[in-house]
Design a protein around this ligand. Structure first.
Ligand SMILES: [Zn+2]
Length: 310
């Protein structure tokens, strides 16, 4: 079925779907409310024809590798959750505490490995690139597990645990040191009774650019900060050209899938959700595959019989 046929047959006014008014005329349409398809053979048919696949991933993918988010019930580091420490104000007030928190998360990641969902995505990208087809991963995860799995085309919209930005000169650098600085060695334990290390600011991670020595901060978009506009532009460009979109391990009512996937769906492009439960947005997508994405994704992205491997 051509995209045009699908579009003309299935699209109705966006008002019908109870959505916010669209910003452009192009988006002034959306899929009618219908039960999404969970038939893997139907998905595989669409997948086999896709040339540009955009995969939006969220915390659910990391959770299957045992990566904590420090949000929600029980999600505490000492007495705090991520939204209390991941702010510019918290960093200004207590840089040592915020660095202890990030140091803990960095060190924890050294013991975590990509799971079958990360690996399926990376293998799919490598295989399809040999056929002149592209896969881009747009992630809100900061743990670099996609990179570790071998994903090459990766847009990390929230930044990375393994990058820093200088608060003086603005230099952004990759940083995989363990510990990131001597003063943080052995610090960052998450137990609620642990006291702050109160590391003097001059002993926290410092910029290594010649003559700078400014205080480094994690290269991470904190609560209250805006996303990197260059990355957002790249995301927009990828979403414009994609002819299949996967939403993996993130509910489509939660940012960023809430922002990106409905926009793709509104153009008539098939969107397939892979997450634990259906959400109120699920009915706006063509496909929904419930369950752990480490189980559902590998068979979905495996080599299709129509793929010619040279
Ligand atoms: Zn600097």
């Amino acid at each position: 079925m051509s995209l045009f046929q699908f579009t003309s047959r299935r699209l109705v006014s966006q008002a019908y779907c109870g959505l916010k008014p669209p910003s452009s005329k192009k988006q002034r349409i959306c899929l009618e409310m219908a039960r999404p398809n969970s038939n893997i053979a139907d998905f595989r048919e669409v997948f086999s024809k896709a040339k540009h696949i955009a995969i939006i991933t969220g915390a659910g993918v990391s959770a299957e590798s045992g990566v904590p988010t420090f949000r929600g019930t029980g999600g505490y580091w000492r007495k705090w959750q991520a939204q209390e420490l991941a702010t510019p104000e918290a960093f200004a007030r207590n840089s040592s505490r915020v660095w202890e928190f990030y140091h803990y998360r960095r060190e924890l990641m050294l013991s975590k490995q990509p799971n079958p969902a990360h690996i399926a995505i990376a293998e799919c990208e490598a295989r399809l690139s040999k056929q002149g087809r592209s896969v881009v991963v747009i992630t809100q995860n900061i743990d670099e597990l996609h990179r570790k799995a071998g994903t090459k085309h990766l847009l990390e919209i929230h930044g990375s645990l393994f990058k820093t930005r200088c608060t003086s000169c603005g230099n952004v650098a990759e940083n995989y040191k363990s510990p990131i600085c001597p003063a943080l060695a052995g610090k960052g334990a998450p137990d609620p009774e642990i006291e702050d290390a109160k590391i003097p600011v001059e002993n926290l991670p410092r910029c290594e650019e010649q003559g700078c020595n400014g205080l480094l901060r994690p290269m991470f978009v904190w609560f209250g900060e805006t996303l990197n506009s260059d990355i957002l532009t790249e995301v927009e460009n990828e979403l414009e050209i994609c002819d299949l979109c996967l939403v993996v391990g993130t509910s489509s009512v939660v940012y960023p899938a809430a922002m990106f996937a409905p926009q793709v769906s509104a153009r008539g492009v098939p969107v397939a959700e892979f997450n634990m439960q259906a959400t109120p947005a699920t009915n706006r997508f063509r496909f929904h595959f419930p369950g752990p994405c480490g189980t559902t994704l590998p068979p979905a992205l495996a080599r299709h019989k129509s793929e010619i491997i040279s």
